[in-house]
Design a binder for this molecule. Structure first.
Ligand code: NAG
Ligand code: NAG
Ligand code: NAG
Ligand code: NAG
Ligand code: NAG
Ligand code: NAG
Ligand code: NAG
Ligand code: NAG
Length: 412
């Protein structure tokens, strides 16, 4: 490094040090009621800026970033919709987007929202607390305003953590297990609810005698009927099972006809959400390994602290034409705030993921188009309505809904 000669005037040095170039100006623009556009992804923020890391109990948002000596991005903080790509983001929102906080619910994790179009009802689950909570919840969209009530299937299914609609039925990723759940034994497995009869059946509950660890989420290949599912280790960390993990974290394919379970990937640290592109040619799996714990039983059920340097990435894989293999793994999107939890693909191929206090909409190349912001941590979401243009967001402390132009995939 060249040492500045002592003849260099001091004011010049000071000027060089102080100048900050390229600051995004303006950082944001108001694009509608509760819609804020972030210009050029706020690519150059004025110094000094700082964004706190998320914690397990409080995910930070972009608006929590302090800039220029403590000023917060207040307009960003309060917007229901943060638009990053103005062309496509505003197109998704349409002329009259709305965000509505609809139900206050407990701080428990709320998951597995599945829309049953024939009933116009949205089923979802609630994990503990309270410990051993067994019913699911159902939102009746035929009522005005919609109603929220408990729903108990026959037999009851413990701890569905993900779900999808296929062939008129709800397919649940049942994530918990022990020997005394309402007097009986249940283990991690894939369970099916017929919403017409309220009866459930079990499709698979073991891998050659071993319990699955969690079974977190499911997606069905419409061409083959095979069920892809993820099996991270959260149920041990979060006391939803009494048995420490017996299998590695992995993702599988289940053939409903033969009963065979096939490993499709064991490279993700905690495989979580799983979803298919509309033509079933791309499988997306999120890795939420930034939220994890030790599996050694000597630590008991340790909970799941957030570690910002862990994995929090959505990966894409090509699905072979016969649906049996996934290849060409590539990283698509790193979630900024928290881990990518619930994952679904819109009818046009855009990827949606829960990301702490909201949902991100990303194009297949991994470009963030917009974020829906909530005041509670969202776990998962589902489209409802005749045109599938309403998105319900479920999570810890809240259930809300968005009306926009982005349609969900029709599930049959
Ligand atoms: C970051 O979080 C800590 C702990 O909650 C808090 O004390 C601190 O003020 C925060 N910093 C900023 C810049 O928000
Ligand atoms: C930040 O604070 C410093 C020290 O008080 C001041 O010199 C500087 O002008 C401030 N910067 C901005 C952008 O307000
Ligand atoms: C943002 O919300 C906070 C807290 O609700 C409020 O105090 C503040 O006035 C709001 N800011 C704007 C720009 O609406
Ligand atoms: C089994 O799970 C149920 C439901 O969470 C719980 O009430 C019970 O205490 C658990 N039993 C054991 C032995 O872990
Ligand atoms: C299924 O459960 C719902 C809600 O509890 C109830 O309204 C409905 O009558 C039940 N259906 C059958 C066939 O039992
Ligand atoms: C599923 O198993 C059945 C029965 O063995 C077989 O005919 C079918 O080809 C399998 N499906 C796939 C996608 O491999
Ligand atoms: C976070 O994860 C990194 C590895 O990604 C590890 O080195 C570090 O110890 C972890 N921090 C905590 C607090 O667990
Ligand atoms: C979120 O906002 C809604 C509606 O404004 C409010 O009823 C609810 O209490 C808020 N929840 C939290 C966790 O702040």
């Amino acid at each position: 490094m060249r040492i500045l000669s002592s003849s260099c005037p001091l004011f010049l040095i000071a000027g060089l040090v102080r100048a900050q170039t390229g600051i995004t100006n303006p950082l944001t623009t108001k694009c509608g009621p509760s819609v804020v556009c972030v210009n050029k992804y706020a690519n150059v923020l004025p110094y000094h800026f700082f964004r706190n890391l998320s914690t397990s109990s409080d995910a930070s948002t972009f608006g929590d970033t302090t800039i220029a000596n403590g000023t917060q991005l207040k307009d960003v903080q309060n917007a229901s919709f943060l638009v990053f790509d103005q062309d496509r983001g505003l197109e998704i929102l349409g002329s009259n987007p709305t965000y509505e906080f609809v139900f206050s619910v407990s701080k428990a994790v709320h998951e597995a929202p599945v829309y049953v179009p024939s009933q116009n009802k949205l089923y979802l689950s609630q994990l503990s607390p309270p410990p051993g909570y067994l019913p699911q919840l159902v939102i009746d969209l035929n009522q005005d305003p919609p109603t929220l009530s408990e729903f108990l299937s026959d037999p009851p299914v413990y701890a569905p953590n993900g779900g999808t609609f296929y062939d008129g039925k709800i397919i649940w990723a049942a994530s918990g297990g022990n020997r005394s759940i309402e007097g009986g034994e249940q283990r991690e497995g894939i369970r099916v609810l017929d919403p017409e009869t309220n009866k459930t059946t079990t499709l698979v509950n073991n891998y050659f005698g071993f319990y699955f660890n969690t079974i977190d989420d499911v997606a069905v290949n419409k061409k083959t009927g095979d069920i892809y599912f993820t099996d991270p280790q959260y149920s041990w960390f979060n006391s939803l099972t009494d048995t420490p993990p017996q299998l590695p974290c992995a993702s599988y394919r289940y053939n409903q006809t033969s009963g065979a379970v096939f490993l499709i990937d064991d490279t993700l640290s905690q495989p979580n959400g799983i979803a298919l592109s509309p033509d079933d040619s791309i499988l997306y799996i999120s890795d939420s390994g930034a939220v994890t714990g030790p599996v050694d039983p000597k630590y008991g059920h340790p909970g799941t602290p957030f570690n910002a340097t862990g994995h929090r990435t959505i990966y894409a894989f090509d699905v072979s034409s016969d649906g049996t293999k996934i290849t060409n793994k590539r990283a698509v999107y790193l979630t900024a705030a928290y881990v990518p939890d619930g994952l679904k693909v819109a009818a046009n191929g855009y990827i949606l993921t829960a990301n702490g206090r909201g949902v991100d909409v990303v194009d297949p190349a991994g470009q963030l188009l917009l974020t829906v912001q909530t005041n509670y941590t969202v776990q998962n979401f589902a489209w409802t309505g005749p045109e599938l243009k309403t998105l319900w967001l479920v999570g810890q402390g809240g259930i809300s809904k968005v009306e926009w132009e982005l349609k969900g995939q029709e599930l049959k």
